[in-house]
Design a protein around this ligand. Structure first.
Ligand code: ADP
Ligand code: MG
Length: 261
C-alpha cells in the first residue's frame, strides 16, 4: 500500500488538456515527505491546475499521480494500472487538504460548524470529538473568540484562517494552498502567512503552495518551482532560484514581479 520510502507526491509524466490547449505538458515532479514547495510563474502557466489535479477535482489525460507510493488517479489490478474507482480515489485523496484563493466557506454555517462538517460526514467522527478538535484548530489560527461567527461577520483574513483550520480538521498529510492571500487587503496578508508559518513548524505536513508572495516563498520553502507553459522551467532552492536564476524566462518573470513591487 503506502511506501514510506516513496516521495509524498509524484507527478509522473502528467498531462492535462482542455480541447486544443495543453495546460500540463508531461509534468514530472517529486515532493518529499515534509517538504515545503512553492510554485511560481506567470498567469495561465498551469499552477492552479497542478493543485486541482492533486485534489482530483478533474481527470488528467495522461500519466499517473502518486501519493506515498500509491497511485491516486489509478489503481493496481493484476499488476496493471487502471483508472481508480471513486472509493479508491476518495481514500487516497483524503490525505490531501486544499485552501483556495476565495476561502469557499459554507456561508450559512458558523466558523466552528464549517470545521466539523466534513470530519463528521466523511470521517465519521463523533460530534463532540469533532467540536473539540475544531476548537483547538480555531485557537491555533487565532480565532477562538470567533468560533460562533458566520463568514459574513469575519474579515477576509479571518475567513481564510477558518478555511485553513477547516482543511486541517480532516487531518491531511498534504496541504495545498492556491494564492491564499491574493484576495486579501494588504494589511490582512501577514496574519494568514503567520498561520501558514506556524502550521509548517508545528504540523508534520508536506506543503505545496502557489504564491505571488516572493518574499514568503523565499523564506518558507525548501524548493521553488518556476512554471512556464505547463512545465517546470526551472527549480531550485530559494537562494538559487531567486538569487541566481539561470533561465531567461525565470529572470524575466522575477524582474517583472519585483518591479511591480
Ligand atoms: P495559473 O494558475 O498558472 O494562472 P491555471 O492552471 O489556472 O493557470 O490555467 C492554465 C490554463 O488552463 C489557462 O490558460 C486557463 O485558461 C486554462 N484553463 C484552466 N481551467 C480551464 C477549464 N476548465 N477549461 C478550459 N481552460 C481552462
Ligand atoms: Mg491560478
Amino acid at each position: 500500500m503506502t511506501d514510506a520510502a516513496a516521495p509524498m507526491i509524484r507527478f509522473e509524466n502528467v498531462s492535462k488538456r482542455y480541447g486544443p490547449l495543453t495546460v500540463l505538458d508531461g509534468l514530472n515532479l517529486d515532493i518529499a515527505r515534509g517538504e515545503k514547495v512553492s510554485i511560481i510563474g506567470p498567469s495561465g502557466s498551469g499552477k492552479t491546475t497542478v493543485l486541482r489535479m492533486l485534489m482530483t477535482l478533474e481527470d488528467i489525460d495522461d500519466g499517473v499521480i502518486w501519493v506515498e507510493g500509491e497511485p491516486l488517479t489509478h489503481m493496481l489490478k493484476d499488476g496493471k494500472l487502471i483508472r481508480g474507482n471513486l472509493a479508491h480515489v476518495r481514500r487516497v485523496r483524503s490525505k490531501i487538504g486544499m485552501v483556495f484563493q476565495s476561502f469557499n466557506l459554507f456561508p450559512h454555517m458558523t466558523a466552528l460548524a464549517n470545521c466539523i462538517e466534513a470530519p463528521i460526514k466523511s470521517l465519521g467522527m463523533r460530534k463532540a470529538d469533532a467540536q473539540a478538535r475544531a476548537a483547538e484548530l480555531l485557537d491555533m489560527v487565532g480565532l477562538s473568540q470567533k468560533k460562533d461567527h458566520y463568514p459574513a461577520q469575519l474579515s477576509g483574513g479571518q475567513q481564510q484562517r477558518v478555511a485553513i483550520a477547516r482543511a486541517l480538521a480532516m487531518r491531511p498529510k498534504i496541504m495545498l494552498f492556491d494564492e491564499v492571500t491574493s484576495a486579501l487587503d494588504p494589511e490582512l496578508v501577514g496574519e494568514v502567512l503567520q498561520v501558514i508559518r506556524r502550521i509548517g513548524r508545528e504540523h508534520d505536513l508536506t506543503m505545496l503552495m502557489v504564491t505571488h508572495q516572493m518574499g514568503f516563498a523565499k523564506e518558507f520553502s525548501d524548493r521553488v518551482c518556476f512554471f512556464y507553459q505547463g512545465k517546470i522551467c526551472e527549480q531550485g532552492t530559494p537562494d538559487a532560484l531567486f538569487g541566481a536564476p539561470r533561465n531567461e524566462r525565470t529572470q524575466q518573470f522575477l524582474s517583472a514581479v519585483l518591479e511591480a513591487g
